[in-house]
Design a protein around this ligand. Sequence first.
Ligand SMILES: [Zn+2]
Length: 214
Amino acid sequence: MTAPPTPLDLQRRAARALVARIAFVCFDRGLTELQGGNMSVRVGDEVVTTPTMASENDGWRLAPEDMVIHDLDGGVADGDPKRVSRETRLHLRLYRAYPDVRSVFHLHLSEALAAVHRWEPGVVSDEVEPFGVPLVRIEDGLDAQTEPHDSRVEELLGLVPRADGAVSISPTHGIISVGPDAATNLRGVELLRQRLDSARVRARLAAARERGIR
Ligand SMILES: [Zn+2]
C-alpha cells in the first residue's frame, strides 16, 4: 500500500500544476516564444521552475511532473536534475534578495525588445503608470546569464515597488518579471505589452500626421 500524500506532497503537486499552466498561457498568449523563457513560483522555501528546453522539447505543453523543485540555494529538492534551466540561478537570486517576490518569469517579449532603445539604462518608471508595471532597463553591454547582468537586475528591481509586479528589460535577451504571485506577473506583462503596443501605434500615427497623412 502506498502512503497517503503528505501536506508537502500536496503543496508541491499544486505548485507544479500551476507553473505548467502558467507556462502554457504565457506561450499561448504570445508573451514568450517557442525558443525560450522560463517561469517559477516560490512556495515556502522551495522554488518550482519550468525545466530546461521546455519549449523545444514540449512546445510548452508541460506536465506537472516535468517541473524542477529547488531549495533557495539551488539544490534540487525534487524533479530531474538534468532538466535544470540555466536561468534558474537568476530566479533563485531574486527570491533570496526579495522575500516579497513569490513568482519570477523570464520571457522573450518581442514588444519589450523592440522598445528598449527608447530608454536610458536604469529605472525607466518607478510607478505602475504609464507601462502597467514599474519598469527598469539593463545596460546594453551586459550579457544575460553573467554575474554582472544578474547583479544589475537584482539591484534595479530593488529600486522599484514590486507589489503590482515589476519588469526588468535586458536589451539582448528579454524580460524578467517579478511579483507577489504568478497571476500578478501575468497581468503585469500583459499590461506592459498592451501599453508598448499602443505607444507604438501612437508613434506611427504621429509620424504619419507629420508626413501629412490623415
Ligand atoms: Zn531567454
